[in-house]
Each structure stands twice: as C-alpha cells, then as structure tokens.
Design a protein around this ligand. Structure first.
Ligand code: PMP
Length: 323
C-alpha cells in the first residue's frame, strides 16, 4: 500500500514475493525513516487460522509512525493487510499442536527520492511472511544475559518506544559484546544512571517474587511488548499478582542471593517466554535457578501459548480469526 502527500493511502496490492527496487537517493537509505512490527498466525484446533492481537500491533505501529514523522496507517487497514496475506499463504501456517507459526513482518519505508533532511512525502507499507519454527526445539532452556554498561539502546526523549530499525542498529555492537562475554543476550539499562533494568535485546523482562510477577514500568525508552501486556493480565487470571515498577540491577542480584526473587524470564512474540539463568556484568555474575525453567515461567508460557493457538478459551477477545 502506498502513501503520497495530499492523496493519502492508495494502491493496495497483493503481489508475489520479490525484491524492491530503490533509487540510490531513496530517503530511507540515508535518514532511516523505517518502522516495523512482528506477529504470528497460528493454526487452531478446528483447522482455522488466527492472529494474536493484531490491533495491538497496529496501534504500536501508529505510535512508531508518529515518532518517526511518518503517516499513520489506519488500524483496520493494517489488520486487513495481514489477513489478506495470511489467506494467500494459508498453506504455510503449520498444523495445530506444536509451537510453529507463520510469522508476519509488516513494515513501512519512505520511498521519496531526495537528499534533504526532512520527513518524506511518499511511503510504502508492506507485509511479508515467513514460517517460524519452535523457538526451543529441544525444550525450554534458560538464556544467559550480559548487562550492558558501555552502550545504551535508547535515551529519554529518544525512540526507544518505537519499533524502528535504528534501535536495532544501536544494539548490534552490544549484542556482539554479550556474545564475546559468553552470553546469549544483552540486557539494557537506563541511559542516565545505568542502574535500572529496561529490557532484553528483543524481549521484555519479568521478575517472579513467589506469587507476584514484576516487570519494569514503561519509561518511554523501552518497547511496550504485546506479550508483556498480555502476561500482566494472564498472570492475574491464574491468581498471581502482577506489578509494573522499576527494578535495579542491585535488587536483581540481592534478591536472587537472598532467595526472594524466585524466577526471571523474558517475553516476546518470538519465544513467547524464555527463562533467564546466568547474569554477567563488568562487576560480577550470579545465577538464577538451577539451570531448569521455573514453575511460574512454564505455567505462564503454557497458558499464553494455549490462548494464542486456540487450545484454551480466550476470555480477553485477543485472538483474531482470519476468515
Ligand atoms: N523489546 C524489543 C526491543 C523487541 O524487539 C521486542 C519484540 N517485538 C519486544 C520487546 C517484545 O515485544 P512483543 O511482545 O510485542 O513481541
């Protein structure tokens, strides 16, 4: 679907997958006006297909667009485009029963040609799809994380809450540093004090204190994950308390060592939930749990995945049937 200043959205098309042809002076290539989303289509027990909370992705896409000075795509248009692609690619949605899905990647780029630094006057919205296997084919295993003190992902007033390529470009070097330190993932801290936990490379974090799950509050510099939001509610359905508040790295370490912090996990569309085990930083390391996933982690993961795949009743109206 194209957008042109003065004309709005026009020319929706379903075309075979193939390369985009871009002018070397395409404004996205130079000034990075680009935003994207990620969501999954699952096969339900009755053979039909549904998307999980596509309206929430559409709304986040609008917030990202506003921050990048791009036009907002109506929620209904975003969802209709996802539906149309899933209908076309239905054969690629795996059978019900596993954790496999068809992953959708909606994105928008500027298509205007020019070297002046200003918001472009022409854009292109595209959705592509790719089959996604189970994130943990050999069973759910804790990841190790590196607390990034040399780099920050996002600053107050910046673009942290937006899903834009620039945020991921900013994280590549820190992710490489994490790998050098023998860790699977990087954990971002706040930009001002390097003290408050924000999120993981591509997932939000949760801290389990017995019967209560705690996640860092949305400060504007971390992404408002749809899995994060869903878990705040699923946890309450299962009788846990859930709370959004600041968590410092000192608390993380101290509460692990004194045993009050019982589990830590990360959540996002890709893995749903992954346990967090060893934490490393320049000032030392500690380990959560015994190398196996915690009970609350597994219970929440099962409950959310069952809603997403249609194995359990969806009392929140989150699943969107693709007719
Ligand atoms: N934080 C970041 C930086 C991410 O890239 C993602 C993945 N979209 C998340 C958190 C989790 O968001 P969601 O639950 O919507 O996938």
């Amino acid at each position: 679907i194209k957008w042109t200043a003065g004309r709005g959205w026009h020319d929706a098309q379903l075309t075979p997958y193939g390369p985009l042809s871009l002018d070397p002076a395409n404004m996205t290539l130079h000034y990075a006006q680009e935003i994207f989303e990620g969501l999954k289509a699952y096969r339900r027990p009755d053979g039909t297909v549904s998307l999980f909370r596509p309206e929430a992705n559409a709304e986040r896409f609008q917030r990202s667009a506003r921050r990048l000075a791009m036009p907002e795509l109506p929620v209904e248009t975003f969802v209709a485009a996802c539906d149309a692609l899933v209908r076309q690619d239905e054969a690629w949605v795996p059978p019900h029963g596993g954790e496999e899905s068809l992953y959708l990647r909606p994105f928008m780029i500027a298509t205007e040609v020019g070297l002046g630094v200003r918001p472009a006057d022409e854009y292109l919205f595209v959705v592509i799809a790719s089959p996604a296997g189970a994130y943990f084919p050999g069973g759910v295993k804790p990841v190790s994380v590196w607390l990034s003190e040399n780099y920050v992902r996002a600053v107050p007033g910046g673009m942290g809450f937006a899903k834009t390529g620039g945020n991921y470009a900013a994280s590549l070097l820190a992710q490489a540093e994490a790998a050098e330190k023998g860790c699977d993932q990087v954990v971002w801290l706040d930009a001002l004090e390097h003290k408050w936990v924000e999120e993981m490379g591509g997932m939000n974090l949760y801290f389990v204190y017995g019967n209560k799950i705690v996640t860092p509050e949305l400060t504007g510099s971390l992404l408002a994950g749809i899995t994060r939001d869903s878990l705040l509610q699923v946890a309450r359905d299962l009788g846990y308390e859930s709370e959004e508040r600041r968590v410092s790295t000192e608390q993380w370490r101290r509460d692990t060592e004194n045993g009050t912090l019982t589990e830590v996990f990360a959540c996002g569309t890709a893995a749903v939930i992954t346990p967090v085990g060893t934490v490393k930083s320049a000032s030392g390391e500690w380990t959560q749990g015994d190398g196996t996933p915690g009970e609350v982690t597994l219970k929440l993961r099962r409950a959310l995945l069952d809603i997403q795949t249609g194995a359990a009743e969806d009392t929140h109206g989150w699943t969107h049937p693709v007719a």
